[in-house]
Ligand binder design. Structure first.
Ligand SMILES: Cc1ncc(COP(=O)(O)O)c(C=O)c1O
Length: 396
C-alpha cells in the first residue's frame, strides 16, 4: 500500500456495528467488564482507548513500524523516551540547532537528575564520534532542524551510535514520514510533535513516539500509562482526519516553500535563506539522498535591525505571527523571542541563532499570494529606510 493510501485506509476500517465510514469518537473513561478482570481489551482510557488505538495504528503504518504510542504533546512523547532511557550519569547527544523545548527539558529538568547533555553539530560526523562515550545512551537527531533546517546524515550517525551501544532517536516533526523514513536509515525511535504537519490544521496539541523493536518500545509504552500524558479521544480523531490529506498538504507546503525560498534567495534585504532544497544549502546533497522531499519550512535572516525584523514580522497579511508550524494557514515566528527564547542570548549567539532570523511555515494558500506578501514586507523595510523613518505596523 502506497503512502497516500495508507493515510486513508491504514487502521481506519468502517465501523463494524453500523457501517459508519468514519469511526466514532469513543468518548469514554472506562469500560464495562463481563466479570472482574474480564474486559474486551479496554479497561480504562488512560491505558487504552479505541480511538487512540486507531490513531496509533495509522501512525505506526506511516512510519513503517509495528509500534506507536500517542501522547498529549510532542514534549510529552519526548519526555517518555528520555525517561525510558536516561539514568543518572548517562549522556545524551543533541544537535546544536535542536528545538528549544528539547534543549529546555534536558538542561532544566534532566540535568537535575544528573543526566549530561552534549550539544554538538550532529551534521559533523567527526564531532559525533568525538562526543560519543561509553556513557552515551541516546543520540538525538533533528533533521531538518528547527529553525535553521540543518541536515544530519541519519544513517551515518546511526552507524556510529550503534557501534558505541547508543540508541538513536529522530525527531521527524519537520520532514514527516511523507518525506523521510528514519527507521529505514537506522533510527531506533522516532518522535513527533503531531501538533504540526501530522494533525495539520493548528487545532490540536499532540505527540507520538514510535519504535521498530518491541524491546525498545516496551518502556515507552509503559510510561504512556504510568505517567499518563495521553491525548483525548477527540484530539486523536482530529489527527486522523488531518492525516488523510497529509501527502496532499506536504506537496503544497513544499511547493510554497520552494517558491518563497527562490524569491528570497539573493534579495538585497535578505542575508541568508535556509531551505534544504536550495543547492547552496550545506545539507542539500544529504537531504536529496535521505529525504523524498525537502519539507515545507523556510527560514531567513533579514539584513536589518531588530526593530525592522519586528515590524516585518508583526504586519504580514497571510503569515500570522504565532508559535508552531505545519498547519494549512501560514505562520511566521521570530525564534529569538518566541520558540527559542528559553535558550539564553549568549547560547543562542554561539549556536548561530541570530536575532534577525525569521522562520516561515508556509501553509496551503496560493504561492503567489504568499511570495507577494513577503516581498511587500521587504519593500516596506526598504522604503522606511529610504525615508529614514522607523518602520512601524502603523506606517503601513
Ligand atoms: C521539532 C519539534 N519537536 C518537538 C516539539 C514539541 O512538540 P509540542 O509542542 O507538540 O509539545 C516541537 C514544537 O514546536 C518541535 O518544533
Amino acid at each position: 500500500m502506497k503512502f497516500a493510501t495508507r493515510t486513508i485506509h491504514a487502521g481506519q476500517p468502517s465501523e463494524p456495528e453500523t457501517g459508519a465510514l468514519v469511526a466514532p469518537i469513543f468518548q469514554t473513561s472506562t469500560y464495562e467488564q463481563e466479570s472482574p478482570g474480564q474486559d474486551k481489551g479496554f479497561s480504562y482510557s488512560r491505558t487504552n482507548n479505541p480511538t487512540r488505538q486507531r490513531l496509533e495504528t495509522v501512525l505506526a503504518e506511516l512510519e513503517g513500524v509495528p509500534f506507536a504510542a500517542a501522547f498529549a504533546s510532542g514534549l510529552a512523547a519526548e519526555n517518555a523516551v528520555l525517561q525510558a532511557y536516561l539514568r543518572t550519569g548517562d549522556e545524551i547527544i543533541i544537535p546544536l540547532d535542536v528545538y528549544g523545548g528539547t534543549y529546555r527539558i534536558l538542561n532544566k529538568v534532566y540535568q537535575n537528575f544528573g543526566v549530561v547533555t552534549k550539544q554538538i553539530d550532529t551534521g559533523d560526523l567527526k564531532a559525533v564520534e568525538a562526543a560519543l562515550s561509553n556513557k552515551t545512551r541516546l543520540v538525538w537527531i533533528e533533521s531538518p532542524t528547527n529553525p535553521r533546517l540543518l541536515i544530519t546524515d541519519i544513517a551515518a550517525v546511526a552507524k556510529l551510535a550503534h557501534a558505541r551501544g547508543a540508541l538513536v532517536a529522530v525527531d521527524n516533526t519537520f520532514a514527516t514520514p511523507c518525506f523521510q523514513q528514519p527507521f529505514d536509515l537506522g533510527a531506533d525511535i522516532v518522535v513527533h510533535s503531531v501538533t504540526k504537519y501530522l494533525a495539520g490544521h493548528s487545532d490540536t496539541v499532540q505527540g507520538a513516539a514510535l519504535a521498530k523493536e518491541a524491546a525498545v518500545f516496551e518502556p515507552i509504552k509503559f510510561l504512556q500509562n504510568a505517567t499518563g500524558a495521553v491525548p483525548s479521544p477527540f484530539d486523536c480523531w482530529l489527527t486522523m482526519r488531518g492525516l488523510k490529506t497529509l501527502e496532499l498538504r506536504m506537496q503544497r507546503h513544499q511547493e510554497n516553500a520552494i517558491a518563497i525560498a527562490n524569491a528570497l534567495d539573493g534579495h538585497a534585504l535578505v542575508r541568508r535563506v535556509y531551505f534544504p532544497g536550495l543547492a547552496s544549502h550545506p545539507g542539500h546533497d544529504i537531504a536529496r539522498r535521505q529525504m523524498t522531499g525537502f519539507g515545507g519550512m523556510v527560514s531567513f535572516e533579514l539584513d536589518g535591525t531588530l526593530e525592522e525584523v519586528v515590524a516585518f514580522a508583526s504586519s504580514r497579511r497571510y503569515f500570522t505571527l504565532a508559535e508552531s508550524l505545519g498547519g494549512v494557514k501560514s505562520l511566521l515566528c521570530h525564534p529569538a523571542t518566541m520558540t527559542h527564547a528559553s535558550i539564553p542570548a549568549e547560547a543562542r549567539a554561539q549556536l548561530g541563532l541570530s536575532d534577525t532570523l525569521l522562520r516561515l511555515s508556509p501553509g496551503c494558500e496560493n504561492a503567489e499570494d504568499l511570495v507577494e506578501d513577503l516581498l511587500a514586507g521587504l519593500a516596506d523595510v526598504a522604503s522606511a529606510r529610504a525615508s529614514r523613518k522607523p518602520v512601524t505596523a502603523a506606517a503601513r
